[in-house]
Structures are given as structure tokens and as C-alpha cells.
Write a protein that binds this ligand. Structure first.
Ligand code: NI
Length: 180
């Protein structure tokens, strides 16, 4: 297992539509393990392969309580096949948009179809935090970020902030240091 670099806004790869996994083989399982290690280290509760610059339809997550034992979950080719009419609001964040949190409304319950670690077809009904997190991660596979669910004003404000920070970094200016 190895730690991977997480790409952040405004990296254009975050907008790619990811490719389905043809077969869950040893290389894919290695990738899933790297993703889990990277997610726990960050720390985060979910990660999509594109966040480590791999444009494949794979997500990992662990929404279990911090105090309890870890409960890693892996999904290849996840596909949301049903959403509840009831919605839920949750304050989301994203490892690719560090230190930014905002409330997002999404369906409260979903049903998802996917391939598990062994490549078997599975279906899962999820609610609460797991449902929110799964929707956030599946969005990543389609080049969608949680800020796309916010108002245009809020979204453009965040994107501008990250573009400016990236430009300052490219110019060799430490963006964490105040100017005046
Ligand atoms: Ni995210």
C-alpha cells in the first residue's frame, strides 16, 4: 500500500468523466488499498479515484463512528439506481477543496448497484451519512463537485479563491502568509 497525492481545485482532472472498471483484478484491489490508506491519512470519510488522478469509476469510504473500529467500504462502477423523494441537508467538505464546508441538500436515501472487492455485483440501500457520502463520491466520477450544488455566487467565490491560491503558488508566493 502507498500514500497517493490528492489533487485539488482548480485541477481540471477533477472535471473528467471517469471510465468504468472492466474487471476487478489485483491491480484494482491495490488501487483500492492505496485509496483507503490515502483517505484515512488525510483524514477523510470518502475518496474517489480521480482525486488521486486516476480516472476510473472507483470510490472508497468509511462513515463509521470515529470511536469504533474502522469499516472500510470499496465500490467499483457504482451506479445510483433509486433515490428517495425525501431530502436531507448535511454540511459537506471535500479533500480536493480543503478547508471549505457548506450545506448541501441531497436525497435522504438511495439504492446503489456496484462491484465489490471481489468483482461480484452487489446492491445496497443507504441512508443518513452513508447516503450523502455515496452521492458525493459518485458525483466525483462524473466530474461533479459538491460546490456545483451551491448557488452560482457561492460556487464562483470558492473557485476564484482556489484559482488565486494556485496562481500564487505557481508564482512562488506562499499563499498562507499574509501580505500586509
Ligand atoms: Ni469530494
Amino acid at each position: 500500500m502507498s500514500l497517493r497525492h490528492i489533487i485539488t481545485l482548480p485541477d481540471p482532472r477533477l472535471r473528467l468523466i471517469c471510465e468504468p472498471v472492466a474487471k476487478v483484478d489485483a491491480a484494482i484491489r491495490d488501487l483500492m488499498d492505496d485509496m483507503l490508506e490515502t483517505m484515512y491519512e488525510a483524514p477523510g470519510i470518502g475518496l474517489a479515484a480521480i482525486q488521486i488522478a486516476v480516472p476510473k469509476r472507483i470510490i472508497v469510504l468509511d462513515t463509521s463512528p470515529k470511536e469504533g473500529p474502522p469499516a472500510p467500504m470499496v465500490f467499483a462502477n457504482p451506479e445510483i439506481v433509486w433515490v428517495s423523494p425525501e431530502k436531507r441537508i448535511y454540511e459537506e467538505g471535500c479533500l480536493s477543496i480543503p478547508d471549505y464546508y457548506e450545506e448541501v441538500e441531497r436525497p435522504e436515501r438511495i439504492r446503489i448497484k456496484f462491484l465489490d472487492r471481489e468483482g461480484s455485483e452487489k446492491e445496497l440501500e443507504a441512508d443518513g451519512l452513508l447516503a450523502t457520502c455515496l452521492q458525493h463520491e459518485v458525483d466525483h466520477l462524473n466530474g461533479v463537485l459538491f460546490i456545483d450544488h451551491l448557488s452560482r455566487l457561492k460556487r464562483s467565490r470558492v473557485i476564484k479563491k482556489f484559482e488565486k491560491a494556485a496562481k500564487m503558488e505557481a508564482d512562488g508566493i506562499d499563499s498562507d502568509r499574509p501580505f500586509a
